[in-house]
Design a protein around this ligand. Structure first.
Ligand SMILES: [Zn+2]
Length: 445
């Protein structure tokens, strides 16, 4: 313990003295301190080169837990103080039991631990450690295994980074829920929604154990996190951030994604976004498009948004700015249909609507009775259902209501997705019904 603290202190002082402590490194982890000898260096690879198989995962998840590293570090003598130069050349980082030197990229593997290995399998963790020290930006996708756009966003982004030109570190996990991905399913094999179990527990349910392993081994090493999602169950979303704008660190973070709309939402307990933000890692979700599909326009928006973020965080130097666009902030309400039948939309994603505008119609194919679905407010279509057969109460449209920056001061409901939006009641609170695998289907995130 003592050794570890001394190391951290020396490291922090060295950074402060050099004026190098990056402004975004809000969560300077002890684990990013160069460990004493004994940690295997990760191989520097060209991430774009195809591979035969993932490298084996580390034997024990305990290897990277703070307790275990402390225990291991104790008998080790104090390492020689590092000369100042290496700091300017970037810092090695330690993740999943491997040391990743600066100016290198590597592919590691994460699985939820030996006891679950046969069930969960391992999934790639792409790490690019830059030439200069800086924040660790984490990108996670496919926590819902059927949400494919995020997988491609992470792939395009991470493979495009030149580690010799990067400041800080990018950690990309393209497929968090490998179980769901293999079965084309949102859920884990036990039908639980992984994104309702963070930060998890080592002795909890399968979902809770997987969440805990991922949270402690990856997420706690991040400075900031973007969790990538799409709409769920035959719904689609305009590319948008979900952010708790009542949290100042999250609000600041959400302003860096260029011309991407920001939807104010606290997030349900158990979501990775909520748990990571609570643990001091400012997190937003980036929603883009619909599940089960790969959509080029949505993918391109996501890539551009995160490249803009990296520019703003000083992680890369590129001139791919969006001409300095301003984010637009929204609160939102769901519009539910009152009758069953076939839903046909008259609007498209991103369309601006006035109160009373027809959003779509529901026609009963047996009686041919038709009912119009009207917008309850002036706003913009941020999410909507695809044309399909619907039952009464089905949440068909999500209308974003533009909110001047600074005027978002109503604590949002815990889970805005289950708002009863027959009325425009933005202040109503719905108690979460989490930990139940049979979620409200419109709970997208
Ligand atoms: Zn999702």
């Amino acid at each position: 313990m003592k050794t570890k603290r001394t190391n951290l202190l020396t490291f922090t002082l060295a950074l402060l003295a050099g004026g190098l402590l990056p402004p975004f490194n809000v969560n300077a982890e002890p684990d990013t301190v160069p460990e004493p000898a004994g940690i295997e260096k990760a191989e520097n690879i060209d991430l774009e080169e195809p591979i035969e198989a993932l490298p084996p995962t580390e034997e024990s998840t305990a290897d990277t837990s703070p307790k275990a590293s402390n225990a291991a570090a104790e008998p080790t003598p104090e390492p020689e103080p590092e000369p100042a130069d290496p700091y300017e050349e970037g810092m090695p980082i330690v993740l999943l039991g491997k040391e990743i030197p600066p100016r290198t990229a590597t592919r590691l593997a994460w699985s939820a631990g030996a006891s679950l290995d046969g069930i969960s399998g391992s999934t790639p963790v792409l790490v690019v450690n830059g030439a200069k020290p800086g924040p660790t930006l984490c990108l996670t996708a496919a926590i819902h295994g059927d949400e494919l756009n995020g997988i491609e966003i992470v792939r395009r982004l991470v493979y495009d980074i030149d580690p010799t030109k990067l400041t800080g570190t990018v950690v990309g996990v393209p497929i968090v829920n490998i179980q769901g991905f293999r079965r084309n399913s949102r859920y884990l094999t036990d039908r639980r929604d992984l994104n309702r179990h963070f930060p998890g527990h080592p002795e909890g349910s399968l979902a809770s154990r997987i969440a805990w392993s991922f949270f402690t081994e990856i997420i706690e090493h991040c400075s900031v996190l973007v969790d990538l999602h799409t709409g769920s169950f035959h719904r689609t979303n305009l590319p948008q951030l979900r952010a708790d704008l009542m949290n100042p660190a999250v609000k600041d973070f959400s302003e860096n994604f260029g011309s991407t709309v920001v939807l104010h939402s606290r997030g349900a307990e158990g979501t990775l976004r909520y748990a990571a933000s609570m643990a001091g890692v400012p997190t937003v979700t980036l929603e883009a498009g619909e599940p089960m599909r790969l959509q080029d326009k949505e993918v391109a928006h996501g890539v551009k948004a995160i490249q803009t973020l990296m520019n703003k965080m000083g992680m890369r130097k590129h001139s791919r700015f969006w001409g300095d666009p301003e984010p637009v902030f929204y609160e939102s309400t769901w519009v539910r249909v009152d009758t069953g039948g076939i839903l046909f939309s008259d609007v498209f994603l991103g369309k601006r609507v006035a109160e009373g505008d027809v959003l779509g119609t529901v026609t009963d194919p047996i009686t041919n009775r038709r009912e119009e679905v009207l917008s309850p407010a002036k706003g913009r279509v941020l999410g909507m259902a695809l044309n399909q057969v619907v039952l009464p109460g089905f949440a068909a449209y999500r209308i974003g209501i533009e909110t001047p920056e600074g005027e978002i001061n109503i604590p949002p409901p815990r889970d805005e997705d289950v708002l009863d939006s027959s009325k425009l009641d933005r202040a109503s609170t719905v108690e979460p019904t989490e930990m139940d695998p049979d979620l409200e289907p419109e709970t997208a995130e």
